[in-house]
Design a protein around this ligand. Structure first.
Ligand code: MG
Length: 161
Protein backbone atom coordinates (compact mmCIF):
# COMPACT_ATOMS: atom_id res chain seq x y z
CA UNK A 1 0.00 0.00 0.00
CA UNK A 2 1.38 3.42 -0.93
CA UNK A 3 1.84 5.95 1.85
CA UNK A 4 2.15 8.78 -0.66
CA UNK A 5 5.90 9.26 -0.39
CA UNK A 6 8.19 9.26 -3.44
CA UNK A 7 11.98 9.52 -3.38
CA UNK A 8 14.16 10.73 -6.26
CA UNK A 9 17.86 11.07 -7.01
CA UNK A 10 19.76 13.18 -9.52
CA UNK A 11 23.31 14.18 -10.34
CA UNK A 12 25.10 16.34 -12.86
CA UNK A 13 28.59 17.45 -13.82
CA UNK A 14 29.72 20.37 -15.96
CA UNK A 15 33.18 21.52 -17.03
CA UNK A 16 34.59 24.76 -15.60
CA UNK A 17 35.71 26.99 -18.46
CA UNK A 18 36.86 30.56 -19.08
CA UNK A 19 34.41 33.17 -20.29
CA UNK A 20 31.28 31.85 -18.56
CA UNK A 21 29.34 33.03 -15.49
CA UNK A 22 29.16 30.58 -12.60
CA UNK A 23 25.60 29.79 -11.51
CA UNK A 24 24.82 27.32 -8.72
CA UNK A 25 21.45 26.91 -7.05
CA UNK A 26 20.10 29.90 -8.95
CA UNK A 27 22.81 32.15 -7.47
CA UNK A 28 25.53 33.90 -9.49
CA UNK A 29 28.84 33.20 -7.80
CA UNK A 30 31.83 35.47 -8.35
CA UNK A 31 34.59 33.28 -9.85
CA UNK A 32 37.04 33.56 -12.73
CA UNK A 33 35.48 30.62 -14.59
CA UNK A 34 31.96 29.30 -15.11
CA UNK A 35 30.24 26.05 -16.01
CA UNK A 36 30.02 25.17 -19.69
CA UNK A 37 26.66 24.15 -21.11
CA UNK A 38 23.71 24.94 -23.34
CA UNK A 39 21.68 26.65 -20.59
CA UNK A 40 23.27 28.60 -17.73
CA UNK A 41 24.72 25.18 -16.81
CA UNK A 42 23.61 25.39 -13.17
CA UNK A 43 24.67 21.85 -12.24
CA UNK A 44 23.04 22.04 -8.80
CA UNK A 45 19.62 22.93 -10.19
CA UNK A 46 20.06 20.28 -12.89
CA UNK A 47 20.67 17.63 -10.21
CA UNK A 48 17.65 18.90 -8.26
CA UNK A 49 15.43 18.73 -11.36
CA UNK A 50 16.54 15.20 -12.17
CA UNK A 51 15.80 14.19 -8.57
CA UNK A 52 12.29 15.67 -8.82
CA UNK A 53 11.68 13.99 -12.19
CA UNK A 54 13.05 10.74 -10.79
CA UNK A 55 10.61 10.86 -7.88
CA UNK A 56 7.80 11.21 -10.43
CA UNK A 57 9.37 8.47 -12.62
CA UNK A 58 9.41 10.89 -15.56
CA UNK A 59 12.08 11.50 -18.21
CA UNK A 60 15.37 13.17 -17.27
CA UNK A 61 16.01 16.85 -18.02
CA UNK A 62 18.01 15.95 -21.14
CA UNK A 63 14.81 14.53 -22.63
CA UNK A 64 12.58 17.28 -21.29
CA UNK A 65 14.85 20.18 -22.31
CA UNK A 66 17.04 18.92 -25.20
CA UNK A 67 20.32 20.81 -25.65
CA UNK A 68 19.68 20.77 -29.39
CA UNK A 69 16.66 23.06 -28.90
CA UNK A 70 17.62 26.73 -29.41
CA UNK A 71 14.76 27.70 -27.04
CA UNK A 72 16.93 26.60 -24.12
CA UNK A 73 20.18 28.30 -25.20
CA UNK A 74 21.45 30.38 -22.29
CA UNK A 75 18.18 29.93 -20.38
CA UNK A 76 18.14 30.31 -16.60
CA UNK A 77 17.83 26.88 -15.02
CA UNK A 78 15.40 28.50 -12.56
CA UNK A 79 12.95 28.76 -15.49
CA UNK A 80 13.39 25.05 -16.17
CA UNK A 81 12.92 24.26 -12.47
CA UNK A 82 9.65 26.25 -12.49
CA UNK A 83 8.43 23.96 -15.28
CA UNK A 84 9.46 20.82 -13.36
CA UNK A 85 7.70 22.10 -10.23
CA UNK A 86 4.51 22.52 -12.26
CA UNK A 87 4.80 18.82 -13.13
CA UNK A 88 5.21 18.01 -9.41
CA UNK A 89 2.12 20.06 -8.50
CA UNK A 90 0.09 18.63 -11.39
CA UNK A 91 0.67 15.15 -9.98
CA UNK A 92 -0.64 16.16 -6.56
CA UNK A 93 2.76 16.20 -4.87
CA UNK A 94 4.87 18.68 -2.95
CA UNK A 95 8.47 18.59 -1.81
CA UNK A 96 9.01 17.36 1.72
CA UNK A 97 12.75 17.97 1.85
CA UNK A 98 15.84 18.14 -0.35
CA UNK A 99 19.43 17.14 0.38
CA UNK A 100 22.28 18.04 -1.98
CA UNK A 101 26.05 17.82 -2.34
CA UNK A 102 28.33 20.09 -4.38
CA UNK A 103 31.75 18.65 -5.18
CA UNK A 104 34.41 21.12 -6.31
CA UNK A 105 37.92 22.28 -5.50
CA UNK A 106 37.10 25.98 -6.07
CA UNK A 107 35.34 28.28 -5.38
CA UNK A 108 34.53 27.97 -1.70
CA UNK A 109 30.82 27.12 -1.37
CA UNK A 110 30.36 28.11 2.30
CA UNK A 111 29.96 31.87 1.76
CA UNK A 112 27.16 31.24 -0.79
CA UNK A 113 25.36 28.39 0.95
CA UNK A 114 22.68 30.54 2.65
CA UNK A 115 21.81 32.35 -0.60
CA UNK A 116 21.59 29.07 -2.52
CA UNK A 117 19.39 27.46 0.16
CA UNK A 118 17.04 30.48 0.11
CA UNK A 119 16.92 30.48 -3.69
CA UNK A 120 16.11 26.78 -3.97
CA UNK A 121 13.63 26.83 -1.04
CA UNK A 122 11.74 29.63 -2.77
CA UNK A 123 11.67 27.75 -6.09
CA UNK A 124 10.42 24.57 -4.42
CA UNK A 125 7.90 26.42 -2.24
CA UNK A 126 9.31 25.01 0.99
CA UNK A 127 10.97 26.28 4.14
CA UNK A 128 14.72 26.91 4.06
CA UNK A 129 15.07 24.35 6.87
CA UNK A 130 13.97 21.67 4.38
CA UNK A 131 16.85 22.43 1.98
CA UNK A 132 20.33 21.08 2.70
CA UNK A 133 23.43 22.00 0.69
CA UNK A 134 26.63 20.22 1.60
CA UNK A 135 29.99 20.77 -0.07
CA UNK A 136 33.17 18.82 -0.45
CA UNK A 137 36.22 18.34 -2.65
CA UNK A 138 37.37 15.27 -4.52
CA UNK A 139 40.79 15.31 -2.85
CA UNK A 140 42.66 15.72 -6.12
CA UNK A 141 41.04 12.74 -7.83
CA UNK A 142 39.44 12.94 -11.31
CA UNK A 143 38.29 16.03 -13.22
CA UNK A 144 36.48 17.48 -10.18
CA UNK A 145 39.57 16.97 -8.03
CA UNK A 146 41.75 18.70 -10.64
CA UNK A 147 39.41 21.72 -10.57
CA UNK A 148 38.18 21.12 -14.12
CA UNK A 149 34.54 20.47 -13.28
CA UNK A 150 31.82 20.82 -10.64
CA UNK A 151 29.63 17.85 -9.79
CA UNK A 152 26.33 18.02 -7.90
CA UNK A 153 24.10 15.36 -6.40
CA UNK A 154 20.58 15.70 -5.04
CA UNK A 155 18.02 13.54 -3.33
CA UNK A 156 14.46 14.63 -2.75
CA UNK A 157 11.38 13.36 -0.96
CA UNK A 158 7.92 14.14 -2.29
CA UNK A 159 4.72 13.79 -0.30
CA UNK A 160 1.12 13.78 -1.39
CA UNK A 161 -0.62 17.15 -1.06
MG1 MG B 1 23.45 19.70 -16.71
Amino acid sequence: MSIGLRIGYGEDIHALVDGRELWLGGVKIPFERGLDGHSDADALLHAVMDALLGALALDDIGKLFPNTDPAYRGISSMKLLEHVMRLVCARGRRVSNLDTVILCEHPKIGPHRAAMRASIASALGIDIDAVSIKAGTNEGFDAVGRGQAIQCKAIVLLEAV
